[in-house]
Write a protein that binds this ligand. Structure first.
Ligand SMILES: Nc1nc2c(c(=O)[nH]1)N[C@H]1C(S)=C(S)[C@@H](COP(=O)(O)O)O[C@H]1N2
Ligand SMILES: [Mo]
Length: 204
């Protein structure tokens, strides 16, 4: 592989795309759609986003209320466990840090289960959602997020494999102990670090 090159001459080309592709991945310029099951269609009038579990102030937002929260722009690389990586994706949305200001996590909360419309779930450590690491994406490349990519709103956790980025997000449940979500119950990694190739539970 390119490891010799990366350690030496490659350094001055820090942003070269090859250095941004984790092991075992290839770069794609498409945006493949990966969904287990049909695409849920959620009318914005009945859309809600809920944070509950181990939090001092459980909260529920309507679509209108959620869109009134401060929004930020994000640029990220995303890495799917099926081996494609897509560089420089542009989003706007609500940082999880903004949501945390409202709900006050209990001290014992260490993990989060993301819940989606259509019943998909995925588990993520709370520390991987805070300090600018994750957000609820509402716009992708300047347009409202398309339904097949999780619109109207999806979780985006770019530093973990993309299955952790729950499409059609409907809430976050704060938990004390880790529990497997949909793919994790099927043998995928509990954590999913693409740089460590944590694809399956046996890689954890
Ligand atoms: N609700 C929900 N979220 C999901 C999935 C899903 O099936 N349902 N698939 C996951 C997987 S495996 C991947 S790779 C990405 C794919 O996102 P995309 O279809 O926008 O590329 O969404 C993740 N989030
Ligand atoms: Mo995936």
């Amino acid at each position: 592989m390119a490891s010799f090159f990366n350690k030496g001459f490659g350094r001055k080309r820090e942003s070269a795309s090859s250095e941004r592709i984790p092991p075992g991945q290839y770069e794609t310029h498409d945006f493949p759609v990966l969904t287990a099951g049909p695409t849920p269609r959620i009318p914005l009038t009945s859309w809600t986003f809920v944070i509950d579990g181990l939090v001092k102030t459980p909260m529920q937002w309507t679509w209108e209320q959620f869109n009134a929260l401060p929004q930020t722009s994000f640029m990220n690389d995303i890495h799917c466990v099926t081996k494609w990586s897509k560089l420089d994706t542009h989003w706007t949305g609500v940082s999880i840090d903004t949501l945390l200001e409202h709900i006050n996590p209990s001290p014992e909360a260490r993990y989060v289960m993301a819940h989606s419309y259509g019943d998909y779930t995925t588990n993520i450590p709370l520390d991987d959602l805070r300090n600018g690491k994750a957000f609820i994406g509402l716009n992708f490349e300047g347009k409202p997020l398309a339904p097949e990519h999780g619109g109207p709103a999806r979780l985006v956790v770019p530093h973990l494999y993309f299955w952790k980025s729950a499409k059609w997000i409907k809430g976050l449940r704060f938990m004390e102990t880790d529990k497997p979500g949909f793919w994790e119950q099927g043998g995928y990694s509990m954590y999913g670090d693409p740089w460590k190739e944590q694809r399956y539970r046996t890689d954890d």
